[in-house]
Design a protein around this ligand. Structure first.
Ligand code: FAD
Ligand code: NAP
Ligand code: SF4
Length: 679
């Protein structure tokens, strides 16, 4: 290991697989980013992957590419089946090889998950997450589909990929053949397990035959389906062995079908929560095994490998957040890693909205050729006011470019609202972003002045050429009779002021903060965060760690909530409708399990000693609560703007100080970064 870091001997150890030597055990897992379908997107995709190869990712796997039209995840999604499509993939493979990387292309057939009327499946059973009923493949159709997988792999080899990953998990077509849940066929591709597993085994066997020995075949094996009638553990082992024999080089771990109701990658999932699954397969096969899901820092990856749970670690989102993840670990600069906080806000949520992926903590991700942070030719004196996410991103990026930056913060710590967010059980990862920015402030030489609430007069008298107001927000004032009653608190009183809260609580406002405050209050204050307790997590979500039942599901065990909570909103419809697509259901399920009463169509009347008087869907009632907590949104805090503008100063607004409506950290960090890039 040349120049390796002794702290990570397992992570940084090379691995020989077939004809290639991987320089370390960190694999960039497959993730569709939306560039695949853009006009000239593969050029951009090439540079995106090349940055990760330059950052020393040991092995890269592309997002899923369909082997035929029916396999599309959605109409016009990435596909590789014809000779003329090969050339554009060269942008990707050449760019990665230029940086010394190894790259495999994932072949993904969506089956009944295809968001298209062309969808096919082993049986005509509609998926709960797609409006289209699939057509059952005929016997000939199954054989042709296998041929399409093989053809796709051959094209990938022509395009210069070092191998392919066959996507056999997450509930896509191959998984649909394997599980009785979705395979009701009576022919040679259905019935007993030996027949249901013929489809993937034939795919791998025929690909190996067609591509020869000098080509990697990774098979992503669904080791834990988390759906009723999913695979048993014995079936997983049988399949693993058969896939090895058919010619696979590496087995990757798949956890949970997309329709499963167990969170497997969101931020409340404990780190490395599922590596025990991969470990169970060790000794059953002799090819390398890859562990995945919620591994985001080098010490976590190292401990998984050192414990013998796997031979390689797959991380997809962490490489979006920081292309130099491995390099920084190797050089002992892990404090500089921009850690993926598993929020899904700019990556998976974007994919569901048909938008290009990026990353909340790294807005440059997937924009490598469009946004560049260049050294400035005209260094200026810049004051940034407010050290929340927007101010931190702006100050550090501007200083990196060579500007002389002073960052003023009224509080005693950097972080702004992230200091409140990270106290929510399951959001502890937000601390990593503050650690990252703290390190960047030091490295870029920003002058940080904490505990200084600056005034317009002070800023006017300074010699700042540009003043950036990143002063955030103030909670919205609510007009309800009795709002100044002692039992009324704001979320700031609770999360920042740590004011005591009674046993019965009504929360006014069910946006992101209302949901988070409800989650916070379902836990007891004296409870230490339990979000890293893997066994407790599996119990809470009904995962059977013994895998004694098909699909590994069992009855969930939910601990009693610390309080009786009412979560209220004025509008109609489901609460939390505007929460992220990939995480909203988790927040709703958690609160439902904690018996939180969710009330929509509320009209608030008054607050008095009795509690909160309101009508719900026209019916008057009193919620006899000890406290009413206001989480009713926010307004921009920009009192400094007018006097500074009147004094003729160049003033810029970012984050909540600019627009508070629908503000989140994604916009705050992106706006701060983009402003600094142009100053
Ligand atoms: P802020 O974070 O509000 O920072 C403004 C800073 O300016 C503060 O530190 C303040 O002290 C300082 N300041 C103000 N005036 C002055 C002055 N005159 N002089 C010096 N300093 C001053 N967002 C997400 O994207 N995902 C989430 O999951 C999420 N969860 C959240 C959970 C909670 C409980 C909360 C409260 C917020 C959450 N948010 C989340 C929202 C996110 O934190 C905000 O969108 C983000 O912090 C806004 O960044 P900002 O820099 O604009 O403002
Ligand atoms: P928000 O999402 O705008 O929600 C405000 C809530 O207050 C709504 O339920 C709204 O619904 C209610 N409300 C608005 N005006 C009111 C009034 N005058 N009286 C009573 N109720 C009122 O704001 P937030 O919850 O404060 O969150 C702030 C930002 O932080 C959000 O934009 C969010 O993106 C971000 N955040 C994100 C997450 C996340 O997980 N991604 C978590 C926390 C925060 P009704 O009008 O129907 O009552
Ligand atoms: Fe990770 Fe959030 Fe960035 Fe996605 S957007 S890569 S989950 S930090």
């Amino acid at each position: 290991m040349v120049g390796g870091n002794a702290k990570y001997p397992h992570l940084l150890a090379p691995l020989e697989v077939g004809h290639v030597t991987l320089k370390n055990r960190a694999m960039m897992g497959s993730m569709h980013v939306g560039l695949e379908e853009e006009w000239f997107g593969l050029k951009k995709l090439g540079e995106y992957f090349a940055a990760r190869a330059a950052g020393e990712a040991g092995l890269i796997v592309t997002g899923g590419v369909a082997p035929n039209f029916a396999g599309w995840v959605k109409p016009f999604a990435a596909r590789l089946s014809n000779g003329w499509e090969v050339r554009k993939h060269r942008y990707v493979t050449d760019a990665v090889h230029r940086e010394g990387g190894v790259i495999c292309m994932q072949i993904l057939h969506a089956g009944r998950y295809s968001y298209s009327p062309l969808a096919v499946a082993p049986s005509a059973i509609k998926a709960p997450i797609s409006p289209f009923r699939p057509r059952a493949l005929s016997n000939g159709g199954v054989r042709r589909t296998i041929g399409d997988f093989v053809n796709c792999a051959v094209r990938a080899k022509e395009a210069g990929y070092d191998g392919v990953e066959v996507m056999g998990s997450e509930g896509y077509l191959i998984n649909q053949f394997l599980a009785q849940h979705t395979n009701k066929r009576g022919d040679e591709w259905g019935g007993e397990y030996e027949k249901r597993m013929r489809f993937p085994v034939e795919i791998v066997r025929q690909i190996r035959e067609a591509v020869g020995r000098e080509f990697l075949i990774i098979y992503r094996l669904s080791m834990l389906d988390l759906v009723p009638d999913g695979s048993t553990w014995q079936e997983v082992v049988t399949l693993g062995k058969a896939i090895e024999e058919a010619g696979a080089s590496i087995l990757n771990t798949g956890i949970g079908w997309h329709e499963a109701r167990v969170p497997t990658i969101a931020t409340m999932v404990p780190r490395a929560a599922f590596t025990w699954v991969t470990r169970k397969l060790r000794g059953e096969v002799s090819i390398p095994l890859v562990a995945s899901n919620r591994i985001n820092m080098p010490e976590v990856a190292e401990s998984v490998l050192a414990a013998g749970d796997a031979d390689l670690i797959s991380m997809a989102r962490p490489f979006l957040a920081d292309p130099d993840w491995v390099k920084k670990a190797r050089e002992g600069r892990e404090e500089e890693i921009n850690t993926c906080i598993a929020c899904n806000q700019a990556c998976l949520d974007h994919i569901f909205q048909n938008k290009r992926c990026s990353c909340l903590v790294n807005p440059l991700a997937c924009y490598e050729t469009e946004i560049t942070i260049k050294a400035t030719t005209r260094a200026r004196r810049i004051a940034v006011v407010g050290a929340g996410p927007a101010g931190l991103a702006c100050a550090t990026t501007a200083a990196k470019r060579g500007h002389k930056v002073t960052l003023f913060e009224a509080g005693e710590q950097i972080g702004g609202q992230f200091l409140m967010a990270r106290q929510i059980p399951g959001k502890e990862e937000f601390s990593e972003t503050l650690r990252y920015f703290q390190t960047q402030l030091r490295l870029t030489g920003v002058e940080v002045r904490l505990g200084e609430r600056v005034s317009a007069a002070f800023l006017q008298s300074g010699e700042y050429e540009v003043i950036v107001l990143a002063t955030g927000v103030v909670p919205r004032e609510v007009r309800i009779q009795g709002v100044d009653h002692p039992k009324v608190l704001s979320y700031v009183d609770v999360l920042q002021g740590h004011r005591p809260v009674g046993e019965k609580v009504a929360i006014v406002g069910a946006g992101g903060i209302g949901f988070d405050v409800a989650e916070y209050l379902t836990h007891r204050k004296e409870e230490t965060p339990t979000s890293q307790d893997i066994a407790a997590y599996m119990d809470e979500w009904g995962v059977d760690m013994s895998h004694s039942r098909p699909g590994a599901l069992k009855e969930a065990v939910v601990s009693a909530p610390a309080r009786q909570i009412y979560l209220c909103q004025r509008s109609g419809g489901k609460l939390g409708e505007r929460l992220g697509k990939t995480t909203g259901w988790i927040h709703r399920t958690t609160l439902r399990n904690k018996q939180v009463t969710m009330l929509s169509d509320c009209v608030y009347e008054k607050i008095d000693d009795q509690g909160l008087h309101l009508s719900v869907k026209g019916k008057a009632q009193v919620l006899a609560v000890d406290h009413v907590i206001l989480c009713a949104g926010q307004e921009p805090q920009r009192a400094l703007l007018a006097p500074l503008q009147a004094a003729g100063k160049e003033v810029r607004l970012i984050g909540g100080a600019d627009v508070a409506a629908e503000l989140d950290a994604k916009r705050a960090i992106q706006q701060g970064t983009l402003l600094a890039a142009e100053l």
